[in-house]
Ligand binder design. Structure first.
Ligand code: CMC
Length: 432
């Protein structure tokens, strides 16, 4: 037993137990030895939504919610957002270190050369209804990719994993842009290998009849920074899904589809879409007090506010606010930004928000930037998914290679009926 322990007295039996503490945590399985009624009656820990349960050890992302710290592999997100590119960050998350110049060239080159989709995926996208939500198309098509790459099942082969990681990071923007163009009936624009990751995505979104699409450097950089800010966020809902599905040894395309489905929900990656709808619903600065009153009464939630982990401010929201200024200087000021700024001011001074420690999160301003760049609101969660893909993959791989991990299978506290029988069946007649 290590130096640090927890002594527990079970008041049901009077017995005392010593439980080791490792890295600030006790192992929930150590509670099993605390029994009241023989084998099988070991104590469980009850923690719906994992509010205070670590589901893994991870060396990828560090968050301190009280001090508003977010670091990828030790590097503060502020430094990465200012000085690196999304693909460098993706490399860092997957490999643990930033790439040297040769590694960087090879990594960017490999991703650039995996951006094309099999033409049958294009046909699959064609079959979706004209008003299909692009996130639904993304979830469906990224899952479908697993059938195009059966080699992806070879998850304990390092070379195969490397290839699937490249494919996924490379193809997500293509799937996303094709889904967006399907909605408006535009012909699909193929990737342009001369452009950066973000620049090519803008190309696939908006290239029309011009021979060469030239992205605005400001918008290209803003998009790259937004992708960096979304790249990983330790054990959030979708990452937890990625790890859980990965723990059954499903291939990474299937696991990514499941993670993207988790991200789709309005409490997670769907929140940025809801923020924009909310700002439009509020409509003008004069309507804010009335709206906040409805939030205070419990009728509504203020979308883009609050976070499970950050209880002071979300460091990503601070960076995004600066990016919004750069973008709006190019695209023109949005009346929605005025509403958002005033809403933030009113909310931060309001007792309800102070008491509940609710601050703007990453989604509060990201939607305004996406809208200013020209993305339809339905694309907002899709953009989040593109950014989060390297994080999902890094976490998937880490879980897979962790000798302490097993198939995810939580326990439950059963609250249903005790044994009972169908009419006409006597308990003693049942052979067991
Ligand atoms: N507006 C109004 N009240 C809120 C909000 C909000 N946005 N968020 C939390 N509360 C209240 C909630 O009603 C509860 O009050 P009470 O204790 O009086 O019943 C209290 O704060 C605690 O809420 P909770 O739901 O137990 O907190 P949580 O940690 O489970 O939820 C959250 C975190 C992000 C789901 C939640 O704050 C929320 O729904 N926010 C709005 C949606 C949103 O912006 N999501 C994006 C999150 S950041 C990006 C991402 O992770 O995808």
């Amino acid at each position: 037993m290590g130096d640090e322990t927890l002594t527990v007295t079970d008041n049901r039996t009077g017995r005392r137990y010593e439980v080791p503490i490792r890295d600030g945590a006790i192992a929930a399985t150590d509670l099993q030895k605390i029994t009241s009624d023989g084998p099988g009656s070991g104590l469980l820990s009850y923690d719906p939504a994992f509010l205070n349960t670590a589901s893994c050890r991870s060396a990828i992302t560090f968050i301190d919610g009280e001090r508003s710290i977010l670091r990828y592999r030790g590097y503060p997100v502020e430094e990465l957002a200012e000085r690196s590119s999304f693909l460098e960050v993706a490399y860092l998350l997957i490999h643990g270190e930033l790439p040297d110049p040769t590694q960087h060239r090879q990594w960017v080159d490999a991703i650039t050369h995996h951006t094309l989709l099999h033409e049958n995926i294009k046909k699959l996208i064609d079959t979706f209804h004209h008003d299909a939500h692009p996130m639904g198309i993304l979830v469906g098509t990224v899952g479908a990719l697993s059938t195009f790459y059966p080699d992806a099942k070879d998850i304990f082969n390092e070379e195969s994993r490397r290839l699937q990681i490249l494919r996924l990071i490379a193809k997500m923007p293509t799937l996303a842009a094709f889904a967006a163009r399907h909605a408006v009936g535009m012909p699909y624009a193929y990737p342009d290998n001369d452009l950066s990751y973000a620049g090519n995505f803008l190309n696939m979104m908006w290239k029309a009849t011009e021979l060469k699409y030239e992205p605005s450097p400001v918008l290209e950089r803003a998009l790259d920074v937004l992708l960096i800010l979304h790249a990983d966020h330790e054990q959030n809902c979708s990452t937890n899904v990625m790890r859980a599905v990965g723990s059954s040894h499903a291939d990474p395309f299937s696991a990514t589809a499941a993670a993207a489905a988790a991200l789709y929900g309005p409490l997670h990656g769907g929140a940025n879409e809801q923020v924009l709808r909310m700002l439009k619903e509020i409509g003008s600065v004069s309507k804010i007090p009335e709206y906040v009153k409805r939030v205070r009464s419990g009728e509504l939630r203020l979308m883009g506010f609050g976070h499970r982990v950050y209880k002071n401010y979300d460091p990503r929201a601070q960076i995004i606010k600066k990016v919004a200024d750069d973008v709006l200087a190019v695209t023109g000021r949005s009346p929605l930004l005025d509403i958002a700024l005033e809403l933030e001011r009113v909310a931060l001074a309001d007792d309800y928000f102070i008491k509940h420690r609710l601050y703007p999160n990453v989604d509060f301003y990201s939607g305004i930037i996406y809208a200013a760049i020209g993305f339809p609101v339905e694309m907002f969660p899709v953009l989040f998914a593109i950014g989060r893909t390297p994080g999902w993959l890094a976490q998937w791989q880490e879980g897979l290679l962790d000798p302490e991990q097993k198939i995810a299978r939580p326990r439950q506290v059963y609250t249903g009926p005790a044994e009972r029988h169908l009419p006409g069946v006597r308990a003693e007649a049942i052979s067991r």
